[in-house]
Design a protein around this ligand. Structure first.
Ligand code: PAF
Length: 279
């Protein structure tokens, strides 16, 4: 049976009995979809105990309107997690997570100065703060993140290494709707017209991928993909980048994997996606 905890002290007291077991942890902000479920199922395969947290973390939102509008579907989320037999759900309050404003800040260098970091000032500081707190509270053996948030996954990987958390990071593939749109909690906020055109993001990335393969010219591929997206006036592009998957910087001889990364607004809803190409 799924157990639900709201308090740090309660979940920690309960977890004491599992100190010799393998614990898998999936942090989320709720509005769960099949992508989240795939992370829970991956954790259940590899661990004795799977914990999912649901917490809309205010410190990672640079835009108060975005925080207010972030979809919240707690009863449905709990039902979904019970259905797939997630062992524990942790649902802390703001008072529990932030009894005072955090004083520490993180600096992830180039990893946080590009793409999401450039357009969402302070976002990764908030993510790293809350994820560090959750890691300390839960002390998992493994943690599961989705490839859709590629930059976040790279930042968490660095956080785990630099702070010696000793947690294995498992990056799970992006799940897509039939028409190619990456699954995301924010898709719930798209109106029907915008939902129809949203898959163009995936189509633009496929076009770029094809051109990277056939023309071997990154700038040309990028320009063609941007032109393709811009034909649909409803898209307001934040960035379309083709970068080294590890450094998120320029591609060079050492690049083993290329990442095509996009962020665009559609009717006020910000969507991100990426495709990886092995070299
Ligand atoms: O990816 C998310 O949903 C959030 O950034 C995370 C990792 C749960 C931290 O709030």
């Amino acid at each position: 049976m799924t157990k639900i905890f709201y308090k740090i002290a309660d979940i920690q007291a309960y977890l004491l009995q599992f100190s010799y077991k393998q614990v898998g942890f999936v942090p989320t902000m709720g509005a769960l979809h099949a992508g989240h479920e795939s992370l829970i199922l991956a954790s259940k395969k590899q661990n004795d105990l799977t914990i999912c947290s649901i917490y809309v973390n205010p410190t990672q939102f640079n835009n108060p309107e975005d925080l207010k509008k972030y979809p919240r579907t707690l009863p449905e989320d709990i039902e979904k997690l019970e259905k797939i037999a997630c062992d524990i759900i942790f649902i802390p309050s703001n008072e529990e997570m932030y009894p005072k404003n955090p004083s520490l800040t993180f600096n992830f260098g180039n990893l946080e100065s590009v793409m999401e970091g450039k357009f969402r000032q302070g976002h990764f500081n908030g993510v790293a703060t809350v994820v560090s707190k959750l890691f300390h509270i839960i002390k998992p053996n493994r943690t599961y993140f989705g490839q859709k948030d590629l930059q976040q996954t790279q930042i968490i990987s660095l956080l785990i290494k630099d702070l010696s958390f000793g947690i294995e990071l498992v990056c799970c593939p992006t799940l897509r709707e039939k028409d190619g749109l990456a699954m995301s909690s924010r898709n719930l906020r798209l109106n029907p017209q915008h939902r129809n055109i949203a898959p163009r993001i995936y189509q633009a990335m496929l076009l770029a991928q094809e051109l990277v393969f056939s023309q071997k010219d990154i700038n040309f591929a990028k320009k063609q993909a941007i032109d393709f997206l811009s034909q649909e006036i409803n898209f307001v592009l934040d960035y379309f980048e083709i970068v080294d998957c590890q450094t998120l910087g320029e591609i060079n001889e050492q690049t083993e994997e290329i990442a095509i990364c996009v962020a665009a607004f559609l009717g006020g809803v910000r969507l991100i996606d990426n495709l990886l190409i092995k070299r």
